[in-house]
Design a binder for this molecule. Structure first.
Ligand SMILES: Nc1ncnc2c1ncn2[C@@H]1O[C@H](COP(=O)(O)OP(=O)(O)OP(=O)(O)O)[C@@H](O)[C@H]1O
Ligand SMILES: [Mg+2]
Length: 351
């Protein structure tokens, strides 16, 4: 690993964690610029949580090394802990306490005097849209409210580096958007964020750079644009009124979009991959232009849909194997989350 680099919040090299015969993390190199949002993207069991726990000094690496703001996670664990905070994968604020009580209690544990603890709790509840729910027990919160109070708990003291482990898994779109806004606000205050996610669109929305991990290894790294361009920019699916026009429609789409057009099993439908940013027109604009040409040519389109590249497609393209048996082309940019055995995993907040 290179010598201390002030521009980096996290620098790891050859990081390894084994559980028995399993190499859960198998030589991970990361370089996370300070002040950025860094996405670690991967499916269930890829090694995301294990990696984060090592970087946050909660788990001892079995090999390699890692530095956080230049401090070695093993030899200078206290220095690392003083600068980081972690919101774990599953919320575990005290269910019987109210949102306000949880935050005040944690602020007191962090050494704030009562008035300061109250003020900080009120400020965060307000910022996170939880003022009305402040005096309700957390067990009555929705998943999204829980996630917000959980993140609030991890930034009672503004950390230099915040680990967010799957902050939006299981949340509805509106709650996801709220959490994304919170992440942006945290970053705007100068905190570096390392975020793990199974959602390409989440990494795309938030992250400056992304590492894709699979079976404990980084299999790709780059900006969201670089990553997506490796799999194209999604697809457009068109449903025609008249199946006899399908061949003509295929010709128009292939020419306008410059890609192969697949004929779906539904005899009136066809799907075209979209190429990433090219010249002045983005993929959606090019799809719109192609649809316009269909209409101008007298081909009636009953329905169309634009699909983002899914994590499945990224995986398929990077590894040659799907993340699960049924890859979705142009579907929702997610992969199914199996909560299974980790439901009882607890959240840690590193003070
Ligand atoms: N304490 C442990 N003991 C044994 N095996 C473990 C332990 N923690 C994790 N593993 C295994 O290590 C691998 C990586 O797990 P990890 O939790 O890091 O994955 P993840 O990417 O966070 O997955 P998810 O998206 O499901 O949270 C998995 O196969 C998991 O079963
Ligand atoms: Mg995990």
């Amino acid at each position: 690993m290179s010598e201390r680099n002030d521009g980096l919040a996290i620098e790891s090299s050859g990081l390894v964690k084994t559980f028995g015969a399993l190499r859960a993390v198998d030589g991970v190199d990361l370089a996370v610029p300070a002040g950025s949002v860094y996405g670690v993207l991967g499916p269930n069991g890829a090694g995301k949580t294990t990696t984060v726990r090592m970087l946050a000094t909660l788990l001892r690496p079995d090999g390699g090394e890692a530095r956080v703001f230049g401090h070695d996670v093993l030899r200078e664990a206290d220095a690392v802990r003083s600068r980081v905070s972690l919101t774990g994968q599953y919320a575990s604020v005290d269910e019987d306490l109210t949102g306000a009580e949880n935050l005040i209690l944690l602020a007191r544990l962090l050494g704030h005097r009562k008035p300061a603890a109250r003020a900080r709790a009120a400020q965060l509840l307000e910022a996170f849209g939880l003022t009305e729910a402040a005096d309700k027990q957390v067990k009555n919160y929705s998943g999204g409210m829980r996630r917000r109070v959980d993140i609030a708990a991890s930034i009672l003291n503004t950390p230099d580096l915040l680990f967010l482990d799957e902050p939006t898994t299981g949340l509805d779109p509106r709650s996801r958007n709220q959490v994304w806004d919170i992440v942006r606000a945290v970053v705007a205050q100068g905190t570096t964020v390392l975020l793990t996610t199974q959602y390409l669109d989440e990494a795309d929305q938030l992250a400056d750079r992304i590492a894709v991990i699979d079976t404990g290894r980084v299999i790709a790294e780059g900006t969201p644009g670089e990553l997506k361009s490796s799999v194209g920019a999604g697809s457009v699916r068109v449903r025609l009124r008249d199946r006899d026009q399908r061949e003509a429609a295929r010709e128009v789409l292939a020419r306008r979009l410059g890609t192969e057009v697949a004929l779906d099993s539904d005899p009136v439908s066809l799907t075209a991959r979209l190429l990433p940013e090219e010249g002045t027109l983005g993929p959606a604009e090019r799809a719109a232009a192609a649809l316009g040409e269909l209409a101008a040519g007298g081909i009636t389109v009953d329905d169309f849909a634009l699909g983002q590249p899914s994590l499945d497609e990224v995986f398929l393209s990077l590894t040659g194997k799907p993340t699960r048996p049924t890859p979705s082309v142009g579907g929702a940019p997610t992969i199914d989350t199996q909560r299974s055995d980790q439901e009882d995993q607890k959240k840690e907040t590193v003070a």
